[in-house]
Design a protein. Sequence first.
Length: 144
Amino acid sequence: MKKLMKLAAVLSAAVLAVCSASASAFAANGNGPKMEPIIEPEYALGHDLALYSPGDADMDGQVTTYDAWVILWNYASELAGFPCLLTEDQMKLADVDGKSVWDRVEKRWLSVTAADASFVLEYATLRCAGFDMTMEEYAAEFPD
């Protein structure tokens, strides 16, 4: 299990690095999103946030690699100076580690970061590999 988790983490990190570089470059060139929020929540399970798993940023009822992309896209866009692309509900679900980072350029705290996207991508990768666990169970395996 630990070897598979390490492999999933390495593969996820590689994918995340490529996506992060391309999303940052895309947004920095002025080709990024110009409206807010462009990633509309689906509210597949209704409007009660308790029904959604942490990491379900598009609120379709499942934590998938698309959620990792949504989180990373929002983070890269905010770093490039664009407004937040997610609703308040989506931000709460996307902040899976509960940690914030300081944006030195904009002088503000960002609650949803690439670390959240990486965490979601690792979890979704393991789910695709057949592991049957909740996001909460997966998160419990990592130290704070």
